[in-house]
Structures are given as C-alpha cells and as structure tokens.
Write a protein that binds this ligand. Structure first.
Ligand code: IPE
Ligand code: IPE
Ligand code: MG
Length: 235
C-alpha cells in the first residue's frame, strides 16, 4: 500500500451559515457574522496543525445572484474582517492571497486586498488563500484565453500546452493542489470550486454547519486523511 499522506493543503467550502442562523430564528446575515468569526478560529488551528496552505471559499461568482441585502452584508463583513484581522495575520506570519474575479469587486475591496497581499507576501508560516468572487469555470476560461493569446502571438506551440502550462495559468499557480477538501453543512457537491485542482484530492463531507466547525473536527479529518490510501490510478 502506497501512502503519500503529508498534507500540505486543505481547501474548505464553508457552507451552512444561513441554516445555522435559521435554526436560531435569526437572519442569515447573523450566520455569516458567526461564519466570519470562525475563519479566525480555523486559521489559528491550521497554523498549529503545521499544514502550509489553507484555501477558503468565501464567496462564489454565483453568490452575486443572492439578494442585494445579503451581498451587501457579506461585503461589509469582508471589509470588517480585512481591517480587523490584518494585525493577527501579520503577527502570525500568515501570507494572504486572493483568487477570483477581482473586476467584479468594488474598488475599495480590490484596493484593500491588493494592499494586504503586498504587505504579507514575505510571510511564511501559513498561506491563507481566500476564494472571493471565485468560480472555477471562470478561472479555466481565463486561463484558456491567456494560452490562446500566447499561441496566437507565436510565443508557444501546441506541444507546449501541458498540464503544467494550464496549472500555471490558473489563479492558484503558486499553490500546490489540495490534499484535502472539506465541505460543511451536509451538501455533497463542489459548487464550481477548484475543478482542475481537485483532480486527486481526498474529499470529506460533514453535516456540521460552518459556524460550528471547530479545531477538533479539523484535526479528526487530518487524522482520517493520514489513514487513507491515495492511489492516483495505480494499483
Ligand atoms: C455559506 O453559507 C456562505 C456563503 C455561501 C457566502 P450559506 O449562505 O450558503 O448558508 P446556507 O447554505 O444557506 O445554509
Ligand atoms: C458554495 O456554497 C460557495 C461558498 C461556500 C462560498 P453555496 O451555498 O453558494 O453553494 P450551493 O448553492 O449550495 O451549491
Ligand atoms: Mg450554502
């Protein structure tokens, strides 16, 4: 049995904020607030686990279709998170990166994330990648356009189009593929997340709603991952 289970990268679909709030008779935005607070807890736990990359699905390109009020509340929470957590991020030697369709974001948020990326770029204990206005199909279309342009300009030939070239044209070019994907809230789907990058990722689904997902459950998943056999198509 071949085991190659050093986990470098965990990707999470943080789902279930709305249901968490509904269960308590509260508005969905209250769930998002609790969900944002939990990002801080899980980032701390990740640092302790020694896993080097964490990618969090915070807002999908499809989430722009939610009600105006909910989108506004989510963007306000994001602003608050970015302002409030920046000190903790720097103190903990965390490098912050963002993946997604930046042109859809408001100017102030785009400027903020560019500033945070620039300021934290030399931090090295953990890379926290936030998928924001992110859709994997958009990412793949974008990569395809870049590659087509390079081909049309005769910078590359057809034989240069390889797995690596495609990976290097994705927003995740500097990040290894995830070893573990976790989706909370009981849904068992990918929802346009990292479609290319998840080719051989181990999948974990939990019924826990995101605001309740904690360090113990994270550690239990890493432990289960360590006991899984990854085969990559081989026998
Ligand atoms: C995840 O929680 C957060 C975002 C998608 C922004 P949801 O808002 O999807 O919560 P549910 O799935 O409705 O419970
Ligand atoms: C996926 O959750 C996106 C995020 C967690 C940010 P959704 O709640 O938007 O996904 P669907 O609609 O259930 O597939
Ligand atoms: Mg959801």
């Amino acid at each position: 049995m071949v085991k190659d289970n050093s986990c470098k990268h965990i990707a999470i679909i943080m789902d279930g904020n709305g249901r968490w709030a509904k269960k308590r008779g509260m508005p969905r935005t209250f769930g998002h607030k609790k969900g944002a607070e939990n990002v801080v807890n899980i980032t701390r736990a990740m640092k302790e686990s020694g896993v080097k990359y964490l990618t969090l699905y915070a807002f999908s390109t499809e989430n722009w279709q939610r009600s105006e009020d909910e989108v506004k509340a989510l963007m306000d929470l994001l602003r608050e998170y970015l302002d409030k957590e920046f000190k903790e991020i720097m103190d903990n030697n965390v490098k912050l990166v963002f993946i997604g369709e930046r042109y859809m974001l408001s100017d102030d948020i785009r400027e903020k994330i560019e500033y945070l990326e620039k300021t934290s770029k030399d931090n090295s204990d953990l890379t926290l990648c936030i998928a924001l206005s992110y859709g994997s199909r958009h990412e793949i279309v974008n990569a395809t356009k870049n590659i087509a342009k390079a081909y049309a300009n005769r910078e590359i030939s057809l034989d240069d189009i390889t797995f690596d070239l495609i990976s290097n044209n994705l927003y995740t070019r500097d990040i290894p593929d995830p070893d573990i994907l976790i989706r909370t809230s009981g849904e068992q789907r990918i929802s346009n997340y990292l479609l290319w990058q998840l080719a051989y990722t181990e999948l974990f689904f939990t019924n826990t709603l995101w605001p309740d997902f904690n360090k113990d459950e994270l550690m239990a998943i890493i432990e289960q991952f360590n006991n899984r056999e990854r085969r990559y198509g081989k026998n």
